[in-house]
Design a protein. Sequence first.
Lengths: 640, 320, 342
Amino acid sequence: MPIFTYTFRVLLLIGAAYLLWPPQEEDVADNSLERVLNRPVPAQAKIVFEFFPGNDYMPGLLPPTATEKLRGFLDVAEAFEARFPDTAIRFRQASAGREWVVTQLAGGTAPDILSTNVEDVWQDVHKGWYLPLDEYLEAPNSFVAEGAPGAEQWWDQFIYQAISRGKAAPDGKMYNLTYNMVETGILYNKTALDLLRVDYPETWAEMMTMLERIQANPFAQLMAELNLPFPRTPEEVVEAAHLATNPNIAGTFNRQGIKYPETVREWHTFHTLAQRSSVVPMLTNAGSIADWGTDLLFDQLYYNILPGIDLKQDPKREPYLEGYLDWDEICFLNQKGFFTKRDPRYWELYRLLKEWRRTWNKSLSGDARRGGTDLYKEFINQRGIMMWGGSWHVNRLINDPDMDFDWDVGYLPRIEPSAEWLKMTVQDFLDTVLPPNQRPDPPVSSLDMARTVDQYLRYVGPLPMPRDKSLYASDVDMCVIGGAAIQYTVTNSAFNDTGDPKTSKKLERVIQFLQFATLPEYSDPVVNENPVHIPNIHGVPITRVLEPFTRILERRYTTTKWMFTFDNRYNRVYERMLLLYLEDGITLDEFMDWQTDNLAAAAQTIIQRKKLNFDGFEKRWKELAPLRAEMTGIPEFVDR
Amino acid sequence: MRRTPYLQHSLLLIGVVLTLVPFYFVISNAVRSNNEIFRSPFGFPQALTNMVSFTTLSLTGRASEISYVVRISVDDEIVFETRRDGYKAAMRAQWKIMTNGYIYAWEVLRGYMLNSLLVSLTSAVGVLLLGSISAYVFARYRFPGSNILFYVIISVMMIPGILTLVPSVQLVTALDLRNSYTVLILPYIATGQVFAIFVLRSFFRGLSEDLFDAARIDGAGHFHLYRHVVLPLSLPSLSVIAVMNILATWNGFMWPFIVNSDQKYHVIASGLFNMTTGPIADNYSAMFSAYVLASIPLLLLFVYATRPFIQGLSTGAFKA
Amino acid sequence: MLIDRFVDGKAHNYTRQSLSQITKPRSARIVSRGRTPSPNHPMQTYPTLRSSLSLYLLVLPTLFLLAIFSFVPVMMAFYNSFYEYEVGGERTWVGFQNYIDYLTADPTAMVSFVNMALLTLMAIVIRLTIPLVVAKLIHTLPNERHRYLYRLAFLIPTVVPVVAVQLIWGSLILGETGLINTLLENLGYEDLAHGWLSDPNTALIALACIGFPWITGFEVLIYYAGLSNIPESVHEAAQLDSATGIKKFLLIDVPLVLSQIKLIFMLVLINGIQGFELIFILTQGGPGFETYVPGLWMYENAFSFQKMGYASSIGVILFVVIFMLTLLNMKYFKSAEDMQGQ
């Protein structure tokens, strides 16, 4: 036996050595991740800079949305190195999260060109970690031929001018290049909606009704009552069509409001949904809601009072960021009582979220990979009918061999306003608007019955509201909250050869590389290899499937992006308390207490860190007072 | 006493089954394709059933009926279907499905595996070396300050890792050691050797002085005493310490994660975590394969080291 | 991790003796001068610094590494906790403000400590009992091959990387379509199926249940080794006294593996107090602050919120807690050998 055990161990060692041995150069494709990360630096290369293109475009990775391993930027890098033999480009990988970026930058070891979220950059501009790009963007792109866009100003190459220019930091400088655009949207199961005989909802009320209908799972109820066949081929469908004339069956279908299936796909969807014990109407998770959900609803509820509270106008950013509230404005407004317990619109925001939550999936926490819900998987399996996704999902959906229903892209519908309720008396409101099962608690005294709703809300207390309309809705279409996707910033390590941006040869090459990469012929292979984002450069064709998102991008931009306004601590606490609130862990009252404190603390930190001065704002505040005098839903006990 | 212990076996088997259920799913999902996992997370691998059916078909002489449809998408419109006919081609297609996840995972994991091996083995060697030398000195020699030094060293065992986490990161940044192997190995040696010193000192104390006298008469200096007298006798304890060290360093996740941001220097524990935030995380098949692959080295370690480990624990020196 | 010194067989007496010698007044100590080896005294004594130079050199690498990676960080931690600063920012002296803030004004403090205590308690109860029972069951099997196989089988959870185990439990077992929810739905109890990790009522319990059935191979091995050490004579004596089965187990085996139990107890205790990896990976503190532990809050403050001083103060507080518990353990828990020695 000893010979046996020893040969086994020797074989094991040999096998391990074989597996662990770095693969030979020829055997491995040059766009395998390992080779990409370890590209050799040729001897004549005197300038070496590091580039992190983002996980969507990193050569060597195989994202689920692409069909092959990526190689776009590898080819671009090689072309650039061929043009400038004294330069070598190294690819680096990055970890997600602001912690990583901050530690890298503080240590001076960040990649020279970094793909990052520009709002994260805004937070740290005062530390000198990033390079303003204005002078380069206003100069010509040296690689562009005469007459083509970019020959006069690099800026001209970008399609979405307003969004791209709108990404300037509040200090007025442009720190990033918007390489392409992304947009969120609602992906929905069109077959299921057809079966339910509904069109995509256009108002919030329609959406809530539809979601609640789905939640009741009428398909399962139908199956419980009738015994229907399951046709899988067109011939069987034709046979099954005869059953539609049966009055019993037709009547049951009509009662539930469901269309009799007419195609193989519809039958398949019908049976899939009918077999489920529960169908999730809307798939989303806490992170998205804390980010997008909050921003979208916030915009709906605050848009019509913006004229009275938008204190700062920035001519450079105004065309796109009209009415955008930066953090200094938010801190000031917070001191005036906005976004606190005293702000009725803020209450309304979270009330609406809670109502909406009833139609979401059960597990809202976290990431798909960490105990959270994999939204895509649920959508593909038809366990959920609508999914909050984005342009990054479409290519995956199209290439998915298990896709067996029709789908389409929609957007969140607007909330209908109901300002007329403010003028009604409480009595009328309770009689006509509220459903009978929703009564105020504590009950309204008879004295107060004659007051108007507006007075009651201001001086007495809150009233229950119907779930699908809002007193403070601004009667505007939903805004867009996405926009810039991959944004490249140049960090301060790009000019660490001389320490001065003006004399640095390394920086010169870095800028040239960026100009090179934004040429349409070099941007096309990158962007369309993994078609998850919408190109932002003239001359780059857009993949057909992404076109619905270009229409969404035409909407106006949001009022503010909460998750990018304050520091990480605010974000974490906010997301967690929001999750707790949505899961019925705390009441709306308690949540508002928490959030008021959280926001006040975060505002305090920002005021100290950036040494904000509010004198200019005070002046403007007084100037806007007449506008505010006519507005409703403004925090009380505030100098108007 | 020779009757079969049915009760014990049944209880233990229940325990084994309950323990291994999650890992069964990991292994089975590692050989399924991504879409299969989507559809039914807990099903039996389709590839295996296919292989079985193909084999029975071919054995019963119906090999001509074997065919398998493969779907490849070429661009955003056409999903290209192709058939694999014949036993060999169909079996090969199944094998490809089963190993797809592994191949992709291994590409990412290979570097991490090498790093883990390097870090764990080097730190184990370092711990044994430094620990035994210091234990030897403290055990058999008394010199000014030896007791104080010993207690100072032992007191390190009481420092929780969490206290030193933040300052260690700052220190390492200041010393410019980040993104290297040294920053992974040296702290492990520093903390691991304390336990080794502690255990080995009491073991070395127990050795009879006669052995040392005999060697000293032959003119042995410290080095020879150490190498020829002390080491051979302490092999069981050394193997216990080595195994415990390898376990701790292999699974250590927090420290490599914080201190090394460059993917090149990640070990398996932190590399796996990073994989969950990258694009590979959506490829369930690859992720599960990565878990399986990452477990193999430790499994091998335990297959070979359990017996010496238990022996080492049972020697008098180690009744800690 | 403090392990009882007074354990090993032969050296036992020497150790006690030499320690007791140190506590005697200097004049009463018996110290042999010079290099005369004495058969009763095992240690070589070097009276002067110069002659012990080689010994100092031998110990130097150990001390050097320890100084850099243990002592300096500890001192830095204490030092930092009295300041408040941000990475890349300035440093301001705040004295004890960090401690006061944490203990009084921090919303997570109370919850974290309660969570930590609950999780640690549960871990102690589970990890001291279940692996011991399993080790005993394995130990009583007659066939050596079976014993080996069972030990190996239970080692599998230890072998899979901890990160992987946590992720497996998070997504495979507890997720929306995880094993538990699927089973509940198939059995007809779909109302009970919910997001275990996102529901504030169940998040902590779900985290504690990870690892079911908690038969960790490493502890089984240690207990097994302890049980193997019990000499046959003890078992025979017990049989003569007709103590069998469970009574024998409780009254005889358990006290004799007390030192192993103590070891595991200390390991689990310290890991429970400072460990936060599991929570970091799965819930990051969970809905609200339901699953926070002090270690996680410290990590977040240091690396996400950049409040280094505050984080250091949390670390110091945890250190004090562990230190006190360790002292308690040393004072009040005695192992079998202690009791034998007396």
